[in-house]
Design a protein around this ligand. Structure first.
Ligand code: 5GP
Length: 201
């Protein structure tokens, strides 16, 4: 049997990471999505244990003190984090866990899981990223400029990752990520009890 492992997927905002991750999980139901924990209120239709694990501030802070997060951050005045226990439980059960995370969270979590598969998604060109951010945003020019500046900073994290997938077409990008995962599954270091395999009788 294969050992489980973590796949960290990051991208500059506007590169299409979330769409790609959703498509990947639909195509490969054996993959487990890393469900984050947050203190923000659930939006309509969101369920705890499906979209997020929803906790109050005190509960979250207690877990920080107990060192139960592989990484955490404050985003828009709310806490968000990845519970180490959730990732470990699934990896130990031989599963592949997909962590869709921003570059800063990615940098923290790769220190806790140095054997993780690190994939960075990029847009085909800078012009295309600019177009996507403008197309998506109903924001003012100032906000768009800020997002572009952010994307420029986020792109600098590329060298911390092992694989780079260009999102020119979502379906091709998903196939590339599947290929990476399939190859990583074959790594000798990811095989369980390999020595027993060669033992006679
Ligand atoms: P939302 O509340 O809209 O679902 O997410 C808000 C932000 O929180 C997004 O930028 C998302 O990437 C970030 N986020 C969600 N889960 C986590 C997590 O586990 N860790 C960190 N560091 N950020 C997260």
């Amino acid at each position: 049997m294969n050992k489980g492992f973590l796949v960290i997927i990051s991208a500059p905002s506007g590169a299409g990471k979330t769409t790609i991750c959703k498509r990947l999980l639909k195509r490969k139901p054996e993959l487990v999505y890393s469900i984050s924990t947050t203190t923000r209120k659930p939006r309509r239709g969101e369920k705890t244990g499906v979209d997020y694990f929803f906790l109050n501030k005190q509960e979250f802070e207690k877990k920080i003190k107990k060192n139960q997060f592989a990484e955490w951050a404050i985003v828009h005045s709310n806490y968000y984090g990845t519970l180490k226990h959730f990732v470990d439980r699934n990896i130990n059960a031989g599963r592949i866990v997909i962590c869709d995370i921003d570059v800063q969270g990615g940098e923290k979590i790769m220190k806790v899981y140095p054997q993780a598969v690190k994939i960075f998604i990029v847009p085909p060109t800078w012009e295309e990223l600019e177009h996507r951010l403008r197309f998506r945003a109903t924001d003012t020019d100032n906000v768009i400029q800020r997002r572009l500046k952010n994307a420029e900073k986020e792109l600098k994290y590329l060298k911390k990752y092992k694989y780079c997938v260009v999102n020119d077409s979502v379906s091709i990008a998903v196939k590339h990520i599947e290929s990476v995962i399939n190859s990583e599954k074959l790594m000798i270091s990811r095989l369980k009890n390999i020595n027993n395999f060669f033992k006679k009788g």
